[in-house]
Design a protein around this ligand. Structure first.
Ligand SMILES: Cc1cc2nc3c(=O)[nH]c(=O)nc-3n(C[C@H](O)[C@H](O)[C@H](O)COP(=O)(O)O)c2cc1C
Length: 329
C-alpha cells in the first residue's frame, strides 16, 4: 500500500515514516529494514563514533547503493569533529539531519552534494531559525521522544511549528502505533519520525537485557534527565536532557547533577555497569511510547503496520464522523 504525500514522493518512500537516527542503536541493518518496509531508515551517528562507521553502515543501509537511507548528526558534535560531516556528505544519503544546535553552517555543503537536510526543533523560534538556515524538512520533536529532546509535548509543538513554517513538518515523539501516526497526519504533519517503537526490533543494536526492559516498561517509566551525560562528561548543550528509562542510577542522582559531576566513584560505577550490560544502572534511552512496545517484530513489519493501520483508521474515522455528509473541502 502507498500513502501519497509531497514528502513520500520527495524521499522515495511508500509510507510517510522515517526511522529516527539513534546513535549506537540505529545502524545500517535497522535503517535498511525500515526502508524495505516502505519508510526511510536513518543511521544515528554519536558524538564519539568513528568516522569510518558512516561509510560502513551506509553500505549496509543502502544494500550496496540500491536503497535510499538517511544519516543523523548532532550539530554540537560537528564543531570539533568536521570529519563526521565530510564522511556523511561523501556517502551521499538521501537525507541528513543536523539537530541539537544550529544546522546553519552545514546546510550549504550538504545541498551542494545533492542531499536534503532536516533538523529536529523544539519550539517556534527553533523552527523559524532552521528554515531561515535553509533546511528542507523540519522535525517537530516533542518531549515525549526517547533520547535527547526539549520540553514541549509533541502535540502542542506540532501545532505551533505547522503554523510557523512553510516547509514540510514531520512529527517526532511518542508515535508508536497506527493511532499516533493517524493523529499527526490528520493534524497536517508530512510524516512521522519514530525511534522508540523500533528499539525492540531484531535489527536494532539493542542489547538483549535492554530489549527485555523496553518490552516490560510502561508509559510512566521514563525520565528526562542529564545524569547520564554528566556522569560520562559528554558535552551536550544546555537545554537538552535525554529521555531514558528510570532506573537505580536516575533514582539516586537525578536532581543532584552537581554532586554527581564531582563523584568519581559514581561515574566509574556507571562505566562498569555499561561494560556489564547492567541496565539497572546503565542507560536505555526510550520515549513515553515505550509503553506501547510489546513485541519484537522486524522493523519492516513495524513500519507496514503503522502505515497501513493509519490509512484504515483515517478512512474509518472520517466515515464515522461525517457519515453521509459531503466531505468538506
Ligand atoms: C536510543 C535513542 C537514541 C537516539 N539518538 C539520536 C541521535 O543520535 N541523533 C538524533 O538526532 N536523535 C536521536 N534520538 C532521537 C530520535 O531522533 C527521535 O527524535 C525520537 O526517537 C522520536 O521519538 P520516539 O522515540 O518517541 O519515537 C534518539 C532516540 C533514542 C530513543
Amino acid at each position: 500500500m502507498k500513502l501519497r504525500m509531497a514528502l513520500t514522493e520527495r524521499l522515495g518512500m511508500a509510507l510517510p515514516i522515517i526511522g529516527a537516527p539513534m546513535a549506537g542503536v540505529a545502524h545500517g541493518a535497522l535503517a535498511r529494514s525500515v526502508t524495505e518496509g516502505g519508510g526511510l531508515g536513518m543511521i544515528g551517528v554519536g558524538s564519539a563514533d568513528r568516522a569510518e562507521l558512516i561509510s560502513r553502515e551506509a553500505a549496509v543501509a543502502s544494500d550496496g547503493g540500491r536503497l535510499p537511507y538517511g544519516i543523523g548528526l548532532m550539530a554540537w558534535a560537528l564543531e570539533d569533529r568536521p570529519e563526521l560531516l565530510d564522511e556523511t556528505a561523501a556517502a551521499r544519503p538521501t537525507l541528513v539531519s543536523v539537530s541539537f544546535g544550529s544546522p546553519g553552517p552545514y546546510v550549504e555543503v550538504l545541498h551542494a552534494a545533492g542531499i536534503l537536510v532536516a533538523s529536529q526543533v523544539h519550539d517556534r523560534a527553533g523552527a523559524i531559525a532552521a528554515t531561515d538556515a535553509g533546511v528542507d524538512i523540519v522535525i517537530a520533536q516533542g518531549t515525549d521522544a526517547g533520547g535527547h529532546t526539549g520540553t514541549v509535548g509533541t502535540l502542542p509543538l506540532l501545532q505551533v511549528v505547522l503554523d510557523a513554517v512553510d516547509v514540510p513538518v514531520v512529527a517526532a515523539g511518542g508515535i508508536a502505533t497506527a493511532r499516533g501516526l493517524a493523529a499527526v497526519l490528520a493534524a497536517g504533519a508530512a510524516g512521522a519520525w519514530v525511534g522508540t517503537c523500533l528499539l525492540a526490533c531484531p535489527e536494532a543494536r539493542t542489547k538483549p537485557e535492554a530489549r527485555a526492559k523496553v518490552l516490560a516498561a510502561g508509559e510512566t517509566d521514563t525520565i528526562l534527565t542529564r545524569v547520564f551525560d554528566v556522569a560520562q562528561g559528554i558535552g551536550w548543550p544546555e537545554g537538552f536532557a535525554g529521555r531514558a528509562l528510570r532506573n537505580r542510577f536516575t533514582d539516586a542522582w537525578h536532581g543532584r547533577e552537581t554532586e554527581l559531576a564531582a563523584d568519581a566513584g559514581a561515574r566509574r560505577h556507571l562505566a562498569q555497569a555499561r561494560e556489564a550490560d547492567d541496565f539497572d544502572t546503565a542507560y536505555i534511552y526510550a520515549g513515553q511510547g515505550v509503553g506501547l512496545v510489546r513485541r519484537s517484530l522486524p522493523a519492516a513489519q513495524v513500519v507496514r503496520d503503522l502505515g497501513e493501520g493509519a490509512a484504515s483508521l483515517l478512512a474509518e474515522r472520517l466515515d464515522a464522523l461525517l457519515g453521509d455528509e459531503p466531505r468538506p473541502r
